[in-house]
Ligand binder design. Structure first.
Ligand SMILES: Cc1ncc(COP(=O)(O)O)c(C=O)c1O
Ligand SMILES: [Zn+2]
Length: 416
């Protein structure tokens, strides 16, 4: 069996040159551009249909195994439940936004509590199938904690490089999962460059977002799930928080895969949501120019990126899908983070709630009309970054455990 399943070759996103699949290259040898993985869709469409999926019981991203560039013994890797996360109705958020027609894809319920598990599993499978025993990853925190978590479940070794500003909860995940952790005095971009240097020097396998082409292939699984959960009625828009741009290009790839094999008949517009303090992709889209690095300072740490590592693919996804990019302020992100928690019971980290802030702003600016159907991706749990919440929090009232004390302060905390 082909170790790459029905995948056929790489194609450079920048110069379009094709290259054979291998683990010897991560980026285009000609121009350093990021690589896309292409498939034999004709073969896949013979193996995968709506009828086949109706009969499948597998409650994880492995439901769609024909569409991934890895083959072999899936059960060996299926040790924690990744993907097939809930798609929720918005409940009371409908009233808050004045919009009824949207759904929330809640990826906080993945094993390491973020979307990144979808990518890590694909990279681990590829590494493992090619005989690697140690992986390297740089990350703002989530990709690292995800790799550490899944590595722990599968006995893969790792070296993790993160900026020392990474939120403590994410660091605590790394420590608990037994990662070999390196913290750098520098930014995520610095951590990225160091991780690539370690990979090269010691001949290891690198999982970095926007570098390793396999990460996008895991991330696209969310689109398979959304389409199936919506009974193959494709939404008009999917709102995605964007940092490096790998998730959004994965979302677009997933829908295109389904279109190619005939499971869906239309395609959504993908919407890039960025903080106005980290807006390299959105600025390029809005100003119709190439991506230029920025000095990112957003509170939403997972989407705080100076130089988007998969920016080109992200920009093309937005343009090709006829979607759009939208910038929101950090205040809006924190406001909608709270609204998502208080009106829907979903506690997202700031980056994870940016999609809701983006949807709210798009509605206010009349960029989408009420008849259109949207999905927002909630990409990471709020428990991963409690400092972001604590900063804006009023100090709770502390009293003696006594009913008279309670009576004295009750007006401060409740309206009966
Ligand atoms: C919670 C969360 N949301 C969104 C993103 C953005 O994804 P990407 O960097 O692929 O654009 C990340 C990436 O780290 C993330 O962890
Ligand atoms: Zn190239």
């Amino acid at each position: 069996m082909n170790p790459y399943n029905f995948a056929t070759h790489y194609k450079c996103i920048n110069c379009s040159k094709e290259h054979p699949l291998s683990n010897d290259i991560y980026v285009c040898p000609e121009c350093n551009g990021n690589l896309d993985i292409l498939y034999n869709y004709r073969m896949i469409s013979k193996k995968l249909s709506k009828k086949i999926l109706e009969k499948r019981k597998e409650p994880s991203l492995f439901r769609y195994h024909e569409l991934y560039p890895v083959s072999g013994d899936i059960e060996k890797f299926n040790k924690l439940r990744i993907g097939f996360t809930p798609l929720y109705e918005p409940g009371r958020l409908k009233k808050i936004l004045g919009y009824n027609n949207f759904y929330i894809k809640d990826d906080t319920s993945n094993p390491s509590a973020s979307f990144k598990d979808r990518a890590s599993i694909m990279a681990i499978m590829n590494a493992s199938q090619n005989g690697h025993e140690m992986m390297v990853a740089a990350s703002t925190g989530n990709a690292a904690s995800s790799l550490a978590c899944l590595s722990a479940s599968l006995g893969m070794k790792n070296i993790i490089v993160v900026p020392r500003s990474a939120p403590r909860a994410k660091i605590s995940q790394l420590v608990m999962f037994g990662a070999n952790l390196v913290m750098v005095k520098g930014t995520y971009d610095d951590a990225f460059d160091l991780s690539v240097a370690i990979t090269k020097k010691y001949g290891l396998y690198n999982r970095n977002t926007g570098f390793n082409p396999f990460t996008r292939e895991g991330k696209k699984s969310v689109s398979f799930e959304i389409a199936e959960q919506m009974n193959w009625q494709v939404p008009d828009y999917v709102f995605v928080p964007v940092g490096d741009g790998n998730i959004i290009s994965g979302v677009w790839k997933g829908f295109r895969d389904l279109f190619e094999i005939g499971l869906i008949k239309t395609l959504p517009g993908v919407v890039a949501v960025q903080s106005d303090k980290s807006s390299a992709v959105a600025d390029a889209f809005l100003e119709e120019r190439n991506i230029e690095p920025v000095k990112a300072t957003t509170i939403a740490d997972s989407i705080s990126v100076n130089r988007p590592k998969d920016g080109e693919a992200a920009l093309r996804s937005v343009i090709d899908s006829k979607g759009f990019a939208i910038k929101v302020s950090d205040e809006e992100i924190l406001d909608y983070q709270k609204k998502l928690a208080q009106h829907r019971g979903i506690f997202a980290e700031p980056s994870g709630a940016a999609s809701l802030a983006g949807l709210a702003r798009a509605l206010k600016k009349k960029m989408i009309d009420a008849g259109k159907k949207s999905v927002i991706l909630v990409t990471g749990s709020g428990l991963k970054d409690i400092d972001a919440v604590m900063k804006g929090m009023k100090e709770p009232v502390i009293i003696r455990p006594d009913i008279t004390d309670f009576d004295k302060i009750k007006e401060k905390i409740i309206t009966f």
